[in-house]
Design a binder for this molecule. Sequence first.
Ligand code: FAD
Length: 565
Amino acid sequence: MQIKHVNEQFSVSDQLTIEDIATLRVAGVRTLICNRPDDEADKQINFQAIANRARQEGMEVIHLPVVHDLINAGDVDDFERAFAASSLPVHAYCRTGNRSFTLWSLMKVKQGSSPDAMIAKAPELGYDFSKFRTRFSREIENWQGPQGKAMPHRDDYDIVIVGGGSAGIAVAQSLLKRTNGLHIAVLEPSETHLYQPGFTMVGGGIFSPQQTRRPMSRVMPEKVTWIREAVVSFLPDENRVVLASNATVGYERLVVCPGLKLNWDGIEGLSETLGKNGVTSNYHPDLAAYTWKLVSEMRAGRAIFTQPPMPIKCAGAPQKAMYLAADHWLRNRLLDNINIDFYNAGGVLFGVKEYVPALQRYIERYGVKTQYSHNLKKIDGANRKAWFEHKDAEGNSSMIETGFDMIHVCPPQTAPDFIRASTLADEAGWVDVDQETLRHKRYANIWSLGDVASTPNAKTAAAVRKQVPVVAGNIVNEINGIDEELLYDGYGSCPLTVERGKIVLAEFGYGGKLLPTFPAWLLDGRKPTWLAWVLKANILPPFYWAGFLKAHEWLIKSARRKKQA
Ligand code: FAD
């Protein structure tokens, strides 16, 4: 099977084998559509066999068989109805995937997209759409009028920013502060802006969920154009991005910062049970409060905290959730009755060794059993069971089954699908930028920052704070013809909430070099301090809304060098 990603929510392929279904499940597919009639060829695996296996994997299945030369408006109506009722993402297949992609393309044209966009997309997926217009002229004319609608081009902008999260909003403000008159668009589909560093505090019963969210309209700078749509692909050779509606937006310079993808479906059974059966995650915007409910109601039993392979955002967050829970149980004299396990896919407690001794002391204080090289693969919430893949020192794997009363899961994380599928990505799928200048390695008018960038720093909002002036400064220098580049040193920070009222404040740059903001006599990040707690609990949240997002770039000094050819 060759999966071809049309966008984040839809993919097509050739005929499936039974084994392919597990692969689709791991890729996150929720609905399978078969567009191939049974018995079209010898030894073809018919729909029922595929459907039985897919249902066992928890997928919805739909059979809409079509013959390519006979596809008509009625088939498109059926496909549209099925697609609208499906859980996303959807995967459709036929003999080669062509019929499935044709049905999807016709549905989009019916819904107003330009046939040209579909014709342009087809060769990327290996399909020949040269006869698309003539073959479906009657249907297109019925839906769109005699000329069809052209792929709508929205306005062009000096700068287009993809994503209005921590990075997108701060970089827009920073650009506006540095120079007047720039015509900037932020492309962001979400109506809510999230302060994710606060999720840990919600999970610890310290913040309310409301403290971590604001309407996007309140943080969006007044002088930018907010386009409330997701980007689905890039046309970097034409300096345009393609939106979900299929319209395109042009740019002189592009900043890419749509964050990363939390791959909940990367763990079998997790999506079905999240938010119930004692299964929670502070990584989910709506579930940090459920973490606190589970922790505050637990009196005895087994609590598990998991950490997937790196990279993840805020690498300390899985253990922060654990320390705050353990501290609560200790203070309430419940810890003798609660066993805590930390299952970590990695081999060390924290990636920068200077912070490990302080954290290890808390592991001992709370009696946590650490299980390294254990990667969560499957979960059965109803029966309170979890399965971990364990790799021994020789690299042999085995599956370990264990029970739990509550489990805090940190999901595996990747670059978003539309980034991974684009020519902007490096081999691992992240936006391929120079780690100092944050400029794309192949497209000189593209920059990236935040969680989606390929830079090997700790993926944190603290890192974004130091990256913003570098990206904005470099763009404005170029616009003004200034021959100087600002450089990012890899700074990231992770405030490890080891107990209520104390934090081990890890601050480090590329290669694990310690980069403390304060002198050690005031705040030594290698030790648990109350001052770091005050920073996290009282100072940083209001600073985030009123300082960080408004481009008040205090205590940031980026290195500079003459621009290299
Ligand atoms: P995000 O802030 O995630 O924003 C991405 C934006 O892009 C979103 O608004 C999204 O809607 C938008 N988007 C997505 N897809 C598209 C698309 N196709 N088109 C257009 N827009 C799109 N950091 C710290 O510094 N300290 C901490 O203590 C800390 N703790 C954390 C604890 C948890 C539990 C979590 C989950 C994160 C934590 N972080 C912490 C990490 C921090 O929140 C992130 O590193 C930071 O938000 C990254 O910013 P970003 O702009 O790259 O991504």
